[in-house]
Ligand binder design. Sequence first.
Ligand code: SAH
Length: 264
Amino acid sequence: MLPSNEIAPGTVWLVGAGPGDPELLTRKAERLIRAADIIFYDALVGPAVLALASPTTECLSVGKRSGRHSKVQETINDLILAAAQAGRRVVRLKGGDPSIFGRSAEEAAHLSAHGIPVHICPGITAASAAAASSGVSLTLRGLARSLTFVTAHARDGEPIDLNWPALARAESTLAVYMGRAAAGEVATRLMAAGRAPSTPVLIVVNASLPTERCIRGQLSALAFLVRTISDDDPTLLLIGEAVRSSGAPDLVAACDHARPYETA
Ligand code: SAH
């Protein structure tokens, strides 16, 4: 537990920044952001979250976006370590939950190996935000008994290394992170492994942000459905019966939501 709203000098907090809307930060995350001397943040951490930091806090982008690595992981590890060794109160801010496709284990291991105390503050992951925005449940009694988080990010030219037969089981929901570019391959592999082409899919772009967009359709059309999404927009694919629209039949339909806040 955090004893006060302070971070001990020379320690590092890996903090989940949630999906983008600052209202979806935990109270602890907000306190840590306010208490930091220095914040290292990823590309997916938006300005509305960073705006919570004190004006005296140094905020450094160490963002990595697919295909464009602005800093390699070893450099990031060393920068965070150096800040902690200099006795600063360090927050390492990551989109969503730091434990989901966030490489937090590597950063924590590097710091621990050098004797730096590391703590983790969880965050709301993109799949939860996407489901909430679209009014669906990720599990559904009798229809979706399991939920699997996968990443469809593969090294250039290599096939995605996933257990397709296991993922093709009908009574499960798949949350695919970093899956926009590989959406066609994901759909083809799932259908080849036996998942029905009519399986509902829900694509949520910029979940929880004012620019949020939801696209509904079915698995056989997934490659087509992602075509209008730009490379830079974080995109989550949800696949399975649980995400079936309760309203009109699943045609390609964009849904619109009330915007609870405006970015600065
Ligand atoms: N730790 C993060 C995931 C990091 S991987 C989490 O728990 O959410 C980055 C991928 O997460 C993106 O490529 C996208 O697939 C997904 N993602 C993150 N934020 C998102 C958002 N606001 N809307 C949609 N997808 C998002």
